[in-house]
Design a protein around this ligand. Structure first.
Ligand code: F6R
Length: 606
């Protein structure tokens, strides 16, 4: 949610900043801007629209030779999409970019107004800039510390003080910032994707810390100006992983990345027919004396939690609840030391999921997170972390991250089964074989791409669609529906198959697509009975199943027959089929698959 970058060094900053912003554009794409420092002059160039528009504007601007600068790509929160509201924001003493939300900006603005400070934009960020300006008396650390004491909310700032040319001061509370240094200069960004063209070694700025970027060094400090050693991390994927690699869209590439992502996530954790978390340093003790599981997450990640609930309850027979992270904190949830709280997140920075984790930690629950981004806040603050190895996910709509999150849920479930003595070693080994076999069906579904495209063409003009399934199929149907809705803008909802007739079936009219997911043998005929109900109302039924659908021909218009797997692991093929359906429908409708309106990839505000 908003991307920020900074560079100071020996090369021209504008190119580095704009390339960095382009790689961060998934975080926000309604406006963008940069500020460049040359000698003691600061030049701000900003525009509404895409980073490409900014690139053109910079190219048309004279004297953009500065070697120090900051940049921002915006996802509007406070104030509309206008050039004035775009970052960087400038005051006489400071120029800054911000990622996050200042919750008490109105109170601060009122105080500043008494001192004669008048903002020109409608943003919370400009208020922060004015506040820091008002607190600055020549000592950046003093001004930032004082500002930190006043500001409430989430922020990552990159600040250039007018009288300190060549230096970038950054401070972090919640919103992520990562830093790298090379002989060319010092780099900062919201995500390591902005840094990897220059360095694979980086560090994550810890919360409540300040970083100073200079041409020849980066220095990390506490808010009290004590110097600390950064904890260096290494990126284990290369720059090609963050490029489209010949695909039309990142989403398409990421759908095709799934066999590899699954392999990378499973291979290090499966040894000798058992789940082995020793390399992750996840102790078996975590899974002992657990009498209840709470899974909390947002959006797609929450859907992998629904998968988790279904499989843990059916195999382990302990109660599992799935809580939407934005609600969790306000429900006064019941937790104790026997509760295992699992937080699932691709970015590791989702503000609501982080808040849910903090509450679970506070209440003494055992916590483990399933996270894709190394060193992210949620990874750092949970008792244990199970990293998924999807590589960078750039399309706003999550695909490969979901699949590996589900893998994480299966691994944890099988580990619970082992530690709690629910399955014998032999049974676990058999489950693992079926698990791997299920994931290995993904390439066969990818080969159905052209066929699924023909189905997408048939539904491309629909206004609404419904996804139905029972049990585990319902969990996957929820994700299928979200995929279609968020990128194609088709008004799509998922329902438990038996629930439609309690109200929603009134919306099923001639030609409305119903995507029915049916992989569970024991309830296949029940789901098909519900299909019959919608077919009778003229629905266009797309049946996605791994079962033998012979004899049901009259009930569906299109059949996506994915390879047969064990029911317990039944969602991998159906998921990929639904991702492809959403993708092609969106392409037919002419929308930008990777950057759907109003959405940002990493939601770092509550
Ligand atoms: C949808 C999507 C979102 C995210 C959600 C949580 O395709 O990507 O629903 O799943 O915003 O994000 P993370 O997983 O980063 O916590």
């Amino acid at each position: 949610m908003c991307g920020i970058v900074g560079f100071t060094g020996i090369n021209r900053a504008s190119d580095i900043l704009i390339n960095g912003l382009q790689s961060l554009e998934y975080r926000g794409y309604d406006s963008a801007g940069i500020a460049l420092v040359q000698d003691d002059k600061t030049q701000v160039i900003k525009t509404t629209g895409k980073v490409e528009d900014l690139r053109n504007k910079v190219a048309a601007t004279a004297d953009t030779y500065g070697t120090c600068g900051i940049g921002h790509t915006r996802w509007a929160t406070h104030g509309g999409v206008t050039e004035v509201n775009a970052h960087p924001h400038q005051t006489p003493k400071v120029t800054l970019v911000h990622n996050g939300i200042i919750e008490n900006y109105k109170e601060i603005a009122a105080e500043l107004a008494k001192k004669g400070y008048t903002p020109v934009s409608e943003t919370d960020t400009e208020i922060a800039a004015l506040l820091i300006d008002s607190l600055y008396n020549g000592d950046p650390f003093e001004a930032m510390k004082k500002a930190d004491e006043i500001l409430e909310g989430a922020y990552g700032f990159c600040i250039m003080f007018q009288d300190r040319p060549g230096k970038i001061y950054c401070m972090r509370n919640a919103s992520p910032l990562v830093v790298a240094h090379t002989p060319i200069g010092s780099y900062i960004g919201s995500d390591v994707i902005a840094l990897i063209p220059y360095s694979k070694d980086y560090f994550v700025v810890p919360e409540q810390h300040i970083v100073v970027l200079e041409k020849g060094s980066v220095s990390l400090y506490t808010m009290d100006h004590e110097k600390v050693e950064p904890k260096m991390l290494h990126v284990d994927w290369d720059t090609t992983a963050a490029k489209k690699g010949g695909y039309d869209y990142f989403m398409q590439k990421e759908i095709y990345d799934q066999p590899e992502a699954v392999k990378n996530t499973l291979a290090p954790r499966i040894h000798d027919g058992k789940v082995d978390f020793s390399a992750d340093k996840i102790s078996d003790d975590l899974f002992k004396d657990v009498n209840r599981v709470i899974i909390t997450a947002c959006g797609t990640a929450m859907h992998s939690g629904l998968v988790g609930r279904s499989i843990i309850e059916s195999l382990i027979r302990i109660p599992v609840t799935v809580e939407i992270a934005s609600e969790f904190r306000y429900m006064n949830p019941i937790m104790d030391e026997h509760t295992l709280v699992i937080v699932i997140t691709q970015s590791g920075e989702t503000a609501d999921s982080l808040a849910a984790l903090r509450l679970a930690n506070e209440r003494g629950a055992k916590t483990i997170s399933i996270v894709n981004v190394k060193g992210s806040s949620i990874a750092r603050e949970s008792d244990y972390v199970l990293y998924t190895h999807a590589g960078p996910e750039i399309a706003v709509a999550s695909t490969k991250a979901f699949t590996v999150q589900c893998c994480g849920m299966y691994l944890i479930t099988l580990k619970l089964a082992e530690v709690m003595g629910i399955l014998s070693d032999k049974e676990i080994s058999e489950y693992i074989d079926k698990f791997i076999a299920a994931t290995e069906t993904i390439p066969a579904v990818l080969e159905m791409d052209d066929y699924i495209k023909t189905i997408a063409e048939k539904i491309k003009d629909t206004y609404s669609a419904f996804y139905i399934g029972r049990g585990l199929d319902y969990a996957f149907a929820c994700e299928g529906s979200l995929k279609l809705k968020e990128i194609s803008y088709v008004n799509s909802e998922a329902f438990n198959a038996g629930e439609l007739k309690h109200g929603t079936i009134s919306l099923v009219t001639e030609g409305v697509p119903i995507i029915a997911v049916a992989t569970q043998d024991h309830i296949f005929s029940k789901t098909l009975a519900n299909v019959e109900e919608v077919k009778a109302r003229g629905a266009h039924v797309i049946l996605i199943t791994d079962e033998d659908a012979a004899g049901y021909e009259g009930l569906y218009d299109d059949l996506i027959k994915v390879p047969k797997t064990d029911d317990f692991f039944g969602g991998f093929g159906t998921t990929v089929a639904m991702q492809l359906l959403a993708y092609h429908t969106t392409v037919y409708r002419g929308y930008n698959v990777d950057q759907p309106r109003n959405l940002a990839k990493s939601v770092t505000v509550e």
